[in-house]
Design a binder for this molecule. Sequence first.
Ligand code: UDP
Length: 474
Amino acid sequence: LPPSPQNQVVLFASPGAGHLIPLVELARRLVVDHGLAVTVVTLTGMSNPATDAAVLSSLPASAATAVLPAVSLDDLPPDIGFGTLMFELVRRSLHHLRALMEGLSGSPVTALVCDFFGTAALPVAAELGVQGYVFFPNSFALISIMRHIVELHGDAAAGEYRDLPDPLPLPGGPALRHADLPDGFRDRTDPVYAYLVEEARRYGRADGFLVNSFEELEIAMAETFKRDAEDGAFPPVYPVGPFVRSSTGEKADESAFLEWLDHQPKDSVVYVSFGTGGALSVEQTAELAAGLEASGHRFLWVVRMPSLDGNPCALGTVPGDKDDPLAWLPEGFLERTSGRGLAVAAWAPQVRVLSHPATAAFVSHCGWNSTLESVAAGVPMVAWPLYAEQKTNATILTEVIGVALRPAAAREEIAAAVRELVVGEKGSAVRRRARELREAAARAWSPEGSSRRALGEVAGKWKVALVSGNGRIA
Ligand code: UDP
């Protein structure tokens, strides 16, 4: 390959740290391992600029970033829903993306990579004559669900959608119960359903997918997709994960947590967190507290403001200055557990907590980043899914991958699951599986590992595109 000019890849992130974090990690690898130039593009609105900036700061110095101008969403109904709003924001920003790409100087652009909410940008890639890829910040299983809705609704006129079968059989995966489908897929009358179908219809146009999973994590699914790519039934899906962020954007002083952990015995602490948007009800908070207390084990609990309106997703709500999440814990709980439990407000340095030797288990909302972080650290999980695709993740973690237990949200069951995972006999199989997967995750990115090779294959296509005459923006 000619050493210069380097080719350039544009990575287009949808709002939210959960989407930006793995995309930035992908960008970092493209620069460091493959010598490509990158521009990471973010949107204005629906995400916290300070958090975005902190995440972007882990990019190598040579990487460029760009923020698209704001677009108006004022005409949309206030109760439109977070997913729908995200799809609309992307859609309305496309002309800005196109203008930005046309104006990029420096290395010639050979590929545009969008994420789950961004496939409306694939036609822009085609118009500009660059390769269009989708970075899927989630599992093979979710791609499989997206394929199903197209198969079911491929010819349906807008609005004529049927319910997905219950359970929904996923080739190479579980038969997914209706209740465990991601939000938006359970109810065909939800406005976001039409967006999801439209989104999924565009998948066939992608030159390929990169998925934040790895072969050994979803082996049967990975094989199914490989066969389908060989048959030309679906674009190739390259498992390139786990991408676990290298730097964080933490909002709290890390040292206090880590020092506390340093003083706990090995494999003794249960870490509890529900991600950046998860909110328990007051009742669930009380059950979890009672469950942790009854388990008798040590814990580190990241407590966030409870949901008072029953909505488990608090994304986009900014807590007031006077809000104190710890004040919502049951009376006397902190005193009774003092010495063996640490409850902290809002935020903990999760990647470092999970990889700390004292950490034994993770009570998690099963967000995909949290899932991969736990898997990479070899920590078994108690699944407590709340919204989005978390119930789907919980299903594959418990029923296919075998790295989690999923108790009902009641104190006795929580206490039992925690005990099993930390010291119990039944939990030993789950602990063993977690250790195996930690090794497998490390293998995926070892010098000859499957994920490293897969990303190398794709990066190779992006490097040579220029040589074959494709991919210049005229
Ligand atoms: N996170 C963290 N500290 C916290 C809560 C979350 O570091 O107290 C990080 C976590 O490590 C993960 C991300 O925020 O990288 C959450 O992403 P995930 O996909 O798990 O869930 P989401 O927040 O998107 O629901």
